[in-house]
Design a protein around this ligand. Structure first.
Ligand code: C5P
Ligand code: MG
Length: 211
């Protein structure tokens, strides 16, 4: 009796655990663009760490505004204590509004060891990381796309001096995280150099196989 109740509870808790797909790739690799398409077709909730940080910065009055602003311009990764709280809060808000919304695309995270440690400390037992969707794209194409986006994005980091730093951060800090997940067999690699529609064909194959 006790055991069967326990089993039911464990099953219930497991069912309630949100499912997470981390979305990684260089700046301009197509993470955000593809996430919008995935949301439409597969019913995930898209949480972009960069968007969450920009929104927090734009609140102006918060104590972290200036720190976030400087990190973004410099292409540096914001301390995870800030980022993980924003992600956690956004996940909780989504699930509180609708408990069936338990599938998340977490875009642009974990971007370095600090991010990964923060996730493991705060979220690892509270969420199931299903896989890492990796948009593989050359630095040249990434830079070209971000410069093009910079003409209308209003972003303070879509300019050549910030981009050089962002690419450097990506190569030094994010690539090793992708390699770490690769060793665990968790990376689903997509060629991000193709057009958005072509990339999505490959993305669909991955999600159809996983779901
Ligand atoms: O992903 P996105 O290009 O929107 O990220 C923009 C910037 O936001 C990054 O270059 C970085 O400064 C910051 N960021 C961060 N930590 C993350 C994701 C983004 O500090 N996990
Ligand atoms: Mg983005």
């Amino acid at each position: 009796m006790v055991i069967s109740c326990w089993g039911a509870l464990v099953r219930k808790l497991m069912m309630m655990k949100p499912k997470v797909v981390f979305v990684l790739g260089g700046p301009g690799a197509g993470k955000g663009t593809q996430c919008v398409k995935i949301v439409k077709q597969y019913g995930y909730t898209h949480l972009s760490a960069g968007d969450l940080l920009r929104a927090e910065r734009n609140k102006g009055a918060t104590e972290y505004g200036e720190l976030i602003d400087n990190h973004i311009k410099e292409g540096k990764i914001v301390p995870v204590e800030i980022t993980i709280n924003l992600i956690k809060r956004a996940m909780e808000e989504t699930m509180n509004q609708d408990a069936t919304k338990d599938k998340f695309l977490i875009d642009g995270f974990p971007r370095n060891t600090d991010n990964l440690e923060g996730w493991n400390k705060n979220m690892d037992t509270n969420a199931d990381v299903k896989f890492v969707l990796f948009f593989d794209c050359s630095n040249e194409i990434c830079i070209e796309r971000c410069l093009e986006r910079g003409k209308g994005s209003g972003r303070t980091d879509d300019n050549i001096s910030s981009l050089e730093k962002r690419i450097q951060t990506y190569m030094q800090s994010t690539k090793p995280i992708i390699e770490l997940y690769e060793k665990q067999g968790k990376v689903r690699r997509v060629d991000g150099a193709k057009s958005a529609d072509e990339v999505f064909v490959d993305v669909q194959k991955i999600f159809n196989a996983e779901n």
